[in-house]
Design a protein around this ligand. Structure first.
Ligand SMILES: [Zn+2]
Length: 349
């Protein structure tokens, strides 16, 4: 943000107001074109419509070689948006890819948002689950631009959902082994089919309070589509629930008969994806993650100097004018340098 006011007094008033309200901008419909631009580009590469690296196309994300290409590509995408890609290897040639958007406060609660990047052998996997992957990626890109977050966000691409939620099970176990404080886990699977054009979504086995959270986010954005609640267990959210995490799945109208007819088929291609619907659901997820990332728990608010304590003005003249009344916001744990993409490519395979 650029200071438009001239004079120290005006600048001080401006900064004070910004810090007290601390309200992040709403992701309005104007951001949908840039969501779609990113999602089209990445989905095309993930489904063999375009090269995933010069001279290489992949027709599924099932074989070891193709999954390796997909991981390297996704790691580079995380790097491109300013995050540091990390890998969780388990088994043989099986890997989850993830990145942590830190709020800058050690020991902060985390919110997990993930989707599986693998597909079955016969399918390019555009809808299942390329759409979830690009929803997570576009959300990560928007959240990385925000300041003053009070929770960490963990964005993750799971391996081997199609083999029985194997990647997410390993990721859930890792979080448990690390004793990681996790507020909630959100996984998205199949989000690109909307035959009846009502833009509805389903929330799968939502934890207590999750439906209200999603409806509040939709209301904030002026979205009026149906938000259904189902008891579907067949995706990655189940892995986390089993280990005691609060979890929820997000999907198209899978149980309400408006879901892709091409699941696990060769026809699950880019051409079948409803990009405006995908962008709409992604925008809702950006708002949900923004709410969670800024929802300061009372215990945090009480601790002096924490990210939630920025209502106290810093005395005039102390420190720079930029963000003078707020502690340093959470920063992305990586570099935004475009050249990082090439470096990740080199280091990842
Ligand atoms: Zn799936």
């Amino acid at each position: 943000m650029r200071l438009a006011a001239t004079g120290l007094g005006a600048a001080f008033l401006f900064l004070s107001a910004a810090c007290v309200t601390h309200a992040p901008a709403l992701p309005g419909p104007e951001i949908e074109p840039r969501i779609t631009a990113l999602q089209r580009e990445v989905l095309a590469a993930l489904t063999g419509e375009t090269d995933i690296r010069p001279g290489v196309k992949i027709t599924n994300r099932f074989t070891i070689e193709n999954k390796r290409e997909a991981r390297t590509y996704l790691a580079a995408q995380l790097s491109r948006i300013g995050l540091t890609p990390q890998r969780q290897s388990y088994g043989t040639e099986s890997e989850n890819v993830y990145a942590i958007l830190s709020c800058g406060r050690p020991g902060a609660e985390a919110v997990v948002f993930g989707a599986h990047y693998d597909s079955v052998r016969v399918a390019p996997g555009a809808n299942d689950d390329g759409t979830g992957v690009v929803a997570v990626l576009a959300t990560a890109r928007e959240l990385a631009k925000t300041k003053g977050r009070t929770r960490d966000l963990i964005f993750v691409f799971f391996d081997e959902e199609e083999r029985g939620l194997v990647g997410s099970r390993n990721f859930a176990q890792m979080l448990k082994d690390q004793n990681r404080l996790v507020h909630s886990v959100h996984t998205i699977d199949q989000a690109g089919w909307d035959g009846n054009g009502n833009r509805a979504i389903e929330l799968e086995l939502p934890y207590d309070g999750a439906v209200a959270l999603y409806k509040r986010a939709a209301a904030a954005l002026g979205m009026t589509m149906p938000i259904w609640e189902t008891t579907e267990t067949g995706s990655d959210h189940s892995s986390f629930r089993r280990l005691g995490f609060k979890a929820i799945g997000i999907t198209e109208e899978y149980r309400h008969n408006d879901t892709t007819p091409f699941i696990h088929k060769a026809g699950d291609t880019l051409a079948t994806i409803n990009f405006p619907y995908l962008a709409s659901t992604t925008r809702l997820m950006i708002q949900v993650m923004t709410q969670l990332a800024n929802d300061c728990p009372p215990s945090v608010a009480r601790s002096a100097g924490s990210a939630c304590s920025c209502r106290a003005r810093r005395p005039r003249g102390s420190g720079s004018s930029r963000g003078s009344c707020c502690p340093a916001p959470g920063r992305a744990t990586g570099t935004r340098a475009p050249s990082a993409t090439a470096a990740v490519r080199a280091a990842w395979s």
